[in-house]
Structure formats: C-alpha cells, structure tokens
Design a protein around this ligand. Sequence first.
Ligand code: SF4
Ligand code: SF4
Length: 390
Amino acid sequence: MRKISDFRYSKDGSTYPTQPKPIMPDLTPTLTRSEIRNAGDAGTERTFRPNYLSFAGTYQCNLACPHCCVPIEWPDRLDIPTAIRFLEQASAAGIDMLGFTGGEPFVYPEFVIAVTRRAAELGFRFDKLMSNGVWHRDPEHLVEVFTELKQAGFTGKLGLSVDKFHGIRIDKLVEFCRAARSVFRRDTIIALNYASRSPHLGLEPIRKLARELDAVIEWSELLNRFLLVSDDFTMTLNWNHLAEVERAEHLGGGHEWDGTWFKEDYCEGPGQALIVNPKGEVKPCCGFASDLDQLTIGNIHTDSVETIIRNGREHPYVGQVFRDGLTKIKNDILAANPNALPGATSNHCYFCWYILTRGLAAGQKGGGGKVGDWIAERPKLLELGVRTKT
Ligand code: SF4
Ligand code: SF4
C-alpha cells in the first residue's frame, strides 16, 4: 500500500480500453477526490489550496513490496500530541478530510486510534486508511483493533492493497475482509487498490480473493471501474499506475516512456493535500515522487498549517505544479533542451519523479532514487527478497 495511494502510487485510471460486461451496482456512486475538488472549486483561481490531510504515523511495514517507494527501514514515528496539534490547526484552517497511510498504519495502531478519536470530535470526514491487510496475528487480533477504531469514530474505508506485490496471503486477506465487515457492519467498508501497468492488468490476486469471498468481479460503467460484489461486500477497485522507481528502479525496462504525454490535471487528485510523513515532513500530494526531499514544504514540528500552505504556494516547483501545471514544466524543459527527456510518458508522477531526481526542473537540485545522490541522509534500501513476507 501507501502513498497512497492512496496511498502512494500514481493517478487513478479514468478509462478502460475494452468493453467488459456492465453491471448496475446497488451503490451510490462516490466521487473521487479529484472529482470532488474539480466540482467544488470550478472557477476558482488555480493555486495550492489543500483540503485533505493524511498522516503516515510510521514508515515501518511487515512487507517489502518490490515497487514500494516508502523507506520502510526507517524507525521514525510521529508522536501523537504533535500530530493532534497539527490536526487541530488543519481543522481551524478549514481542512475537513482525513486519511491514513504508511508504511503499514496498523503496526502503530495507537497512533491511528488516538488521531481518529480527535478527528471525529473535530468533525472530520474520513477517507481511506490504507493497509496491506496481512499484519494481524489472527482474526481475534483484527476484531480487537477494528473495534477500537470503530469506537474512536472512524467512518471511512479500509483501503486494501491487493496485487501481485501484496496479494500473496489470500487467507489473511479473507480474514481481514470478514473481520472488517463484521465489526463495521458496512458492505462498503473495504476498497481495493491494485498497482499495474494498465487498469485491465494485474487483477489475478483480486480474482483469487473474490473466489474465496464468494464474490464476482464486474466492470461498472457507472463508476468507471471494476467492483467486487457479493452478498456481504461491495468493494470498488482503484487502479494505481505502476512505475519503476526507488527500489523498483533496477527492474529496468523503461516502460513508463510510453510515447503519450500525460493529461494535465494540475495534480488535483493526489495533490491539494497535506501529507505528513513519520518525520513530520509535509508534502503537497501522495504521488510517489512526494517522498523526494524536493517536494517537502514544511514540518509539523516547527511550522504551522498556515506557514506550510504559504510555503507550498511559494515553492518554485510545487507552486508551479498547482498554478501552471506539469505541462508547462515539461514544455519549459523541452524548450531549453529538446533532448532532455527520453520520450513522452502518460504517467504524471513518473515524469515528476524523473525530472526531480535528474535535476531538470528549474530551481530544483537533483538527487533521490537510486540514480542520484540523496540530498538528505538516506540509508541504503533493502534489496529485493532480503525481507521475508509475513
Ligand atoms: S512494503 Fe508494500 S505494503 Fe508495505 S508500505 Fe510498501 S507498498 Fe505498502
Ligand atoms: S506533484 Fe508530482 S508526485 Fe505529486 S501528484 Fe503531482 S505529479 Fe505526482
């Protein structure tokens, strides 16, 4: 999971290239964050104006997925009083939606529960709490943690990452889904995320999960995405654009340069957010380039919400992304040097990550990823396969 896309990948897919069997789900269509923002902010001046807050209380995770861009080896944890102080400031600034990501948020459950409790008191709406769904000891452990979360006031969804990188322990995922359904008593309590090269690829682990849950996977024309549906569950499937960055860089292939330029969206979907990492650093989005130091716009230990929003607007790169768009940045790079890029890519966040790590964006030092020199101290990432999955 993570950054997540929700957690922590790239943009949601908005189209599907073939004509799968349509169904009409008994489900009130929910708007994506991007749709909500575009609808609500039509006609307003383009600028950085976050309306979403997300905390990653810990980087740590019980998995080590090959495409993960989280430094899961880092021990930093956000302390609860500091996070709650920032939450209260965000509420006073008019931010009213909260999500959780990580690492695996449930390896630090006391953080999630304490922040949820205060957010519920402040009237926050809850977005997704992203999880890999396989962190628990047994079903009793799940029921215990979910019950505490429900009692704290959590009304959002549990975002479950199921793809070839995460979806190994189908038995554990089934336990997770059934325990969540029984504690929260909502058929829509779980939303699924999968990372692949295109929306119609990479569904095999979700199909396995569906079989175990006596569910079917169908395409919804209404929601423009797949759904997993059974008597007990209605889960939306959210696609995340997979890219070979960070620990996946060495997988190679250069598939991201697919010859098509991304559609400009001013990063409204994964952006317009205050994403707080376990060091307290604040990022303006949950796109996977946001782990780079170049996208840090403040720190909750030292900066107020007001200062951080102002920093975002004045940041030479972040301010431009939300004001003028990535397309302008791309055009400026190519105007200065037509050969600066290997090709065109439809993946916004990959483009962003590429130009930031290579120092191609005006006013930004390069570095980050495995190809560059880290701007800040950065321990060596674990190599693939060293860490065993649990
Ligand atoms: S290792 Fe996997 S489950 Fe853990 S944070 Fe990274 S992508 Fe998510
Ligand atoms: S700023 Fe970069 S990483 Fe963040 S959403 Fe936009 S393209 Fe993705």
